[in-house]
Design a protein around this ligand. Structure first.
Ligand code: SF4
Ligand code: SF4
Length: 135
């Protein structure tokens, strides 16, 4: 069961075109060396750290962010680096948690169970891990 609703999203695409979803820690904590996994993701340019309520949280970069090396806070007019012609290029299970949980709804009034506050709470105790990844 996925949250994909092509009939709604094909004519919208707003989230993937302006604000990539945040990832939860589990993807990185499952790696043998979480700091190295985070470092590799950030070093690839495909991932960045954004601040939510002062807490750094990883998410995919936008195309502009990858090109400029600067992180934009909030929405911007640039697509997620993983957005392809036919939608997200990542397999469903490989997408950030916020992308997996965003429930498309009519007129762009979409719902997400795991939101910015959840991401901030999840990453707050792991800021030291991010420091290790950045060293
Ligand atoms: S999830 Fe919502 S905002 Fe994103 S493309 Fe679908 S309808 Fe648009
Ligand atoms: S990772 Fe995929 S689903 Fe998430 S914002 Fe990027 S293109 Fe969209």
């Amino acid at each position: 069961m996925t949250n994909e609703r092509p009939s709604l999203c094909a004519s919208c695409g707003e989230c993937c075109r302006t604000r990539p979803g945040l990832e939860e820690p589990a993807r990185f904590l499952a790696a043998p060396d979480p700091a190295a996994a985070l470092a590799a993701a950030l070093g690839s340019g495909d991932w960045v750290l954004t601040r939510i309520a002062g807490v750094r949280c990883p998410r995919p970069a936008t195309v502009d962010e990858r090109a400029s090396g600067r992180v934009h806070e909030g929405a911007e007019n640039s697509p997620c680096v993983f957005l392809g012609e036919a939608g997200c290029r990542l397999p469903f299970d490989g997408r950030p948690r916020m992308c997996r949980e965003l429930e498309p709804w009519a007129y762009g009034d979409c719902q997400v169970e795991w939101d910015l506050a959840d991401a901030s709470r999840a990453w707050a105790p792991l800021q030291g891990l991010l420091d290790a990844a950045l060293r």
